[in-house]
Design a protein around this ligand. Structure first.
Ligand SMILES: *[C@@H]1O[C@H](CO)[C@@H](O)[C@H](O)[C@H]1NC(C)=O
Ligand SMILES: *[C@@H]1O[C@H](CO)[C@@H](O)[C@H](O)[C@H]1NC(C)=O
Ligand SMILES: *[C@@H]1O[C@H](CO)[C@@H](O)[C@H](O)[C@H]1NC(C)=O
Ligand SMILES: *[C@@H]1O[C@H](CO)[C@@H](O)[C@H](O)[C@H]1NC(C)=O
Length: 397
């Protein structure tokens, strides 16, 4: 297995070690647990039916231990104040990440995720519901078997985590693109058997952008399922001398500028390939208010029928999350395309954006000159309810 590490989508993450020292042992998976367990065995055999051989990989043991742990977890050990949503001014966070340790270990990402920290984050910011995603299973670039195994374990992992608090947690399925057949299988499994809300993709998968004709059968299958596709940026990668290399020409973290350019690249590609216009049953959630995409539309797509169709798609089937500090000035550029504020969604990017920055993001929304008070309120939850409302939701326990 070629180990080409993908760098991380971390802003500055100062881990509050406080939470870990306070954490009773029973709140974190034990390292000596052997997953000789019916939950783990069922996952291994279901994966085998879909051609995924989980037993081949060193990361499978730690992943299954994590999954078994959450499948047994009883949240009632937490205080009610953390388990129950705030009474008023609640938000649906469509851009929240789960970062299990086993996944962080294989991609060398120190980001910590704990249930307690996440619940405190939700309480602090009056979030009723978090929709988790881990959009990038491409750690071992070029290795289809490993990528499919990671995607499957992430989906099983998010599914059991959601069951810990089914009324407040949800997840977008991870898909092992660029492997199209495996991705269709995985998305169907996650949507139909694991109760995933919808599907998450990266801006590029092993250097291929989402408008690539290779991916058309995948979008066609998702169109048949009337899916909502959440698109999250990742680092650009190039193939140089038959090897993947990460492409960040600056000395700055890729999350500062490259992530915005990535969103622009992939939506330009979806627009020019007409993927965006042709599959009219698809809705897209575009991270960070579209990143740099809005600012290149005029230049990238000349006036004419393609642009007209793209604009219809952007105004009726695209939704824009607020993650990061996007409401200072950026929102004006997006709304200038006559995009309705009723398509704006709320996103925290926790835990990659430290919780301490979330108030600044909320204050920027509150101070925005581009929205009236009613529109600001709808950004928190009403618009997301409209987007997800008609969908079949997981049976709540
Ligand atoms: C979880 O724990 C609570 C209180 O300790 C108990 O009443 C409840 O039955 C438990 N739930 C499950 C599914 O074991
Ligand atoms: C929650 O708010 C408290 C009090 O303001 C703060 O100390 C803590 O860091 C916050 N934690 C999270 C995860 O939001
Ligand atoms: C390409 O990789 C091969 C094998 O690793 C190496 O021998 C060769 O020098 C490389 N070529 C360039 C142009 O870097
Ligand atoms: C979209 O439809 C147009 C016109 O029918 C076609 O030329 C184009 O290849 C299609 N693109 C995709 C990605 O389906």
């Amino acid at each position: 297995m070629r180990r080409v590490w993908v760098l991380l989508p971390i802003l500055v993450r100062v881990v509050s070690s406080q939470y870990f020292t306070q954490l009773p042992l029973s709140e974190s998976p034990g390292s000596d647990f052997i997953p000789d367990d019916p939950v783990a065995k069922a996952i291994v055999s279901r994966a085998l039916k879909d051609g995924i051989v989980l037993s081949e990989f060193a990361f499978t043991g730690p992943a299954l231990r994590e999954i078994v742990f959450w499948s047994r977890f009883n949240a009632s050990q937490f205080p009610r104040s953390l388990l129950e949503p705030a009474k008023k001014s609640t938000a649906i966070d469509v851009h929240a990440h789960y970062a299990p340790r086993w996944y962080g270990d294989i991609r060398q990402d120190p980001t910590e995720w704990t249930l307690r920290d996440h619940l405190v984050h939700m309480r602090n910011h009056s979030i009723t519901e978090s929709v988790f995603s881990v959009p990038n299973p491409n750690i071992f670039l070029g290795d289809e078997k490993a990528t499919r195994a990671i995607a499957r374990l992430l989906n099983e992992n998010m599914a059991v985590l959601v069951q810990v608090l089914p009324r407040r947690f949800n997840f977008f399925a991870t898909t092992p693109l660029p492997h199209v057949h495996g991705s269709i299988t995985e998305a169907r499994y996650a949507l139909e058997s694991l109760g995933a809300l919808d599907v998450a993709l990266s801006s590029n998968h092993e250097g291929l952008y989402l408008g690539d004709t290779l991916f058309t059968p995948f979008f066609s299958a998702m169109d048949n399922s009337r899916a909502i596709i959440f698109v999250h940026p990742t680092e650009a990668s190039l193939v140089v001398n038959h090897t993947f290399v990460k492409a960040n020409p600056t000395i700055h973290s890729p999350v500062l500028a490259e992530f915005y350019f990535e969103t622009a690249r992939t939506f330009l590609d979806l627009a020019i390939s007409q993927t965006l216009a042709n599959f009219t049953n698809l809705d897209f959630i575009i991270s960070h208010l579209g990143g740099s995409f809005p600012s290149i539309i005029d230049r990238g797509i000349p006036p004419g029928p393609v642009l007209d169709e793209v604009m219809v798609a952007l105004r009726t089937r695209c939704w824009w999350d607020s993650a990061g500090l996007t409401y200072g000035h950026q929102l004006g550029g997006l709304l200038a395309y006559n995009i309705s504020p009723s398509y704006l969604l709320c996103g925290s990017d926790h835990p990659y954006v430290p919780s301490a920055l979330v108030p600044a993001a909320s204050e920027a929304i509150a101070a925005s000159p581009f929205l009236n008070e009613q529109e600001k309120l709808q950004v928190r939850a009403g618009n997301a309810q409209r987007l997800f409302g008609g969908r079949k939701r997981r049976e709540t326990v």
